[in-house]
Design a protein around this ligand. Structure first.
Ligand code: FES
Length: 143
């Protein structure tokens, strides 16, 4: 069911933990399954210099957080904002359709952390280009 890459990032997740004094934090939850993801970012001169996560969720959510934090490190905030859940899933060599929504958590977590940083800087928050709505997802979450 899962690609080798998903299994690798699930079994050996990168960037697990918290950043002390993070510049941006994002907490998102998936109301469908109750899983929660926390993202922590360190930002210097508009570049994400470090990213960590704590995820209480399914294997696909853990693999997605691991990959998403890897993908945004070293990127500008604009580039990181454009890392979609599909990009995360592609980097994981695909997720089963029933698990795609788990990667949405990663995209939303990064977005929330970026906006948390922007808010603290007194900058306007960015708007979601493609708002995901869990309410209308007719998926069942299987752990
Ligand atoms: Fe809840 Fe994957 S995030 S099942």
């Amino acid at each position: 069911m899962y690609s080798d890459k998903v299994m690798d990032h699930f079994k050996n997740p990168r960037n697990v933990g918290e950043i002390e004094n993070p510049d941006g934090v994002g907490e998102v939850g998936n109301p469908v399954c109750g899983d929660i993801m926390n993202i922590y970012l360190k930002i210097e001169n508009n570049i994400i210099t470090d990213a960590k996560f704590k995820t209480f969720g399914c294997g696909a959510a853990i693999a997605s957080s691991s990959m998403a934090t890897e993908l945004v490190k070293g990127k500008t905030l604009e580039e990181a904002w454009d890392v979609s859940n599909k990009a995360v899933a592609d980097a994981l060599e695909g997720l089963p359709p029933i698990k795609m929504h788990c990667s949405v958590l990663a995209e939303e977590g990064i977005h929330k952390a970026i906006n948390n940083y922007r808010k603290k800087q007194g900058l306007p928050e960015w708007e979601e280009k493609n708002p995901h709505s869990h309410e209308h997802e007719d998926v069942t979450c299987e752990h």
